[in-house]
Design a protein around this ligand. Structure first.
Ligand SMILES: NC(=O)c1ccc[n+]([C@@H]2O[C@H](COP(=O)([O-])OP(=O)(O)OC[C@H]3O[C@@H](n4cnc5c(N)ncnc54)[C@H](O)[C@@H]3O)[C@@H](O)[C@H]2O)c1
Length: 262
């Protein structure tokens, strides 16, 4: 089935690893041109090379911090010049912390909001004018089920992700008539380095025995009996990036093994 991705130009932030790179592999397999964007420049260079070799498509690595407006503007210029004007944005870049609300201070909030909320705003500002001019765009932003049901020790991450939901729903209403769809994918716990790093901290503070029982409890909360893998999330993102999803916009789609059923 042709899902209309051949030759489309996709920017994938957070593309060095995890859900971002898993999405890049699917889009590349469908014949899209890929720009991997990340602060991890080695990771995206390695990733872009693997995409070119594995799929025979055009793929470039563009190091950029999405929290910095000048870096975002420069990145979009580079992609437009070296690859093509962008048709698709997948915003997967994020950071995570492991602190209670009372342990957090203003600098924690600034860092989190900078990457997880202001960053997406810079990307929208930079990309929407061109997409409107060309009459086509697909934007997919990663949130988290922590924003839908709350999660202890993730308050400011959840707040930033809740903000992106409100932002996407609002802007989607402004740009729909220009052929642009904007959606949010909200994963449950997914087995990536982001989660593994946080789990390592939890494991250390709990000790092996308690951690094993905690892990069993977590898995029981997922009706399908396991946490997610990056490809579980990437499949939904790729569908939303395709022409098959032309009538899906302003939606928040949980991909979570049934963890919450909002
Ligand atoms: N893994 C999970 O359990 C989970 C659950 C819910 C939501 N999510 C969301 O899914 C998305 C992808 O998560 P993941 O687990 O693949 O994460 P990951 O940590 O594996 O990948 C995120 C990437 O973002 C990059 N990044 C961080 N700050 C950046 C910045 N300022 N500019 C550019 N790049 C930056 C990192 O270098 C990293 O390569 C994130 O938005 C995350 O919040 C993940």
């Amino acid at each position: 089935m042709d899902i209309g991705l051949t030759g489309k130009c996709a920017i994938i932030t957070g593309g060095a690893r995890g859900i971002g790179f898993a999405t890049a592999r699917i889009l590349a397999g469908e014949g899209a041109k890929i720009a991997l964007v990340d602060i991890n420049s080695k990771g995206i260079e390695h990733g872009a090379k693997a995409l070119r070799r594995g799929f025979g498509i055009e793929a470039i690595a563009v190091p950029a911090n999405i929290a910095a407006p000048e870096a975002v503007a420069k990145m979009i210029e580079t992609v437009s010049k070296e690859l093509a004007p962008p048709d698709i944005l997948v915003n997967s870049a994020a950071v995570l912390d492991n602190k209670t609300f009372l342990e957090s201070d203003g600098s924690d909030w600034d860092r989190m909001l900078g990457v997880c909320l202001t960053g997406p705003m810079h990307l929208m500002h930079g990309l929407l004018p061109g997409m409107i001019e060309r009459g086509y765009g697909r934007m997919i932003f990663l949130a988290s089920d922590a924003a839908r049901v709350g999660q202890a020790r993730l308050s400011y991450y959840a707040a930033a992700k809740g903000g992106i939901v409100a932002l996407v729903k609002s802007v989607a209403q402004e740009v729909g008539t220009h052929g642009i769809t904007m959606n949010v994918v909200s994963p449950g716990a997914t087995n990536t380095e982001l989660r593994q790093d946080r789990e390592a901290e939890i494991r250390q503070s709990m000790g092996e025995e308690k951690y094993a029982s905690y892990t069993r409890k977590v898995n029981r909360r997922y009706p399908v009996g396991r946490i997610g893998e990056p490809d579980d999330i990437a499949g939904m993102i790729s569908y939303l990036a395709s022409d098959k999803a032309a009538w899906v916009t302003g939606q928040v789609i949980s991909v979570n093994g049934g963890f919450v059923m909002p």
